[in-house]
Design a protein around this ligand. Sequence first.
Ligand SMILES: [Zn+2]
Length: 238
Amino acid sequence: MEVKLSLSDKFAILRDIFHTLFPDLCLGCTKEPKAQKAAFCINCLHNMPYTDHFTNKENDVTKHFKGRISLFHGAALLGFREGSIVKNMLHSFKYKKRKEIGEILGEIAGKKFMESSIFIIPDMIIPVPVHPKKVKTRGYNQSAVFGLAIGKVIGVKLRDDIIIKEKWSESQTGKSRTARVKNVNEVFVLKQPELVFGKHILLVDDVVTTGATLEACCLKLKEGNVGKISVLSIAAAK
Ligand SMILES: [Zn+2]
């Protein structure tokens, strides 16, 4: 039996074959093709929810620290909403070994950092630590990948051996904010405190939701008498 295919069917089949052979798809929606060397398709590129945090001192990141930690500045590259491409991207980055997502977002964040009138070049970049067991299964610490890419653009070294995670943390779900900070504070350890003494540290993370994890990292840096702390994340919830 001969199957007659319409022109659009043929096109769809060819496109599928092409995508199977050359899976150069958008890092945002993972559906649409993207131009070579680009990270996103036209649609995602135009709908990327960039924040105004690089030029705005009062923002969704800094508000979490107000009255708790005195930050030099804090920012997120993107706004975070449930069901958005940002959530999709972060999920692929964290759990599907799509390391390049963190690298490209780090590069963009680094460029925005350089253009920012508020941020100043720090002495060192430190990522929020992930337990070594998780690094092993994921293949990398996602915050370190993001931070490393920022560091390449702004010319600052990343150190992931200064704040480390030694204990397995309990689930944070259902805990009060204070309990969350205490819980994470207990699992983080500051190694080589002399290296942060009087220095300006840029802490990097993937998503800021309550800010409890970053706050615990700030407290660790304060144990080492840090000079200034800035914070930069890929995304922040409203
Ligand atoms: Zn896309």
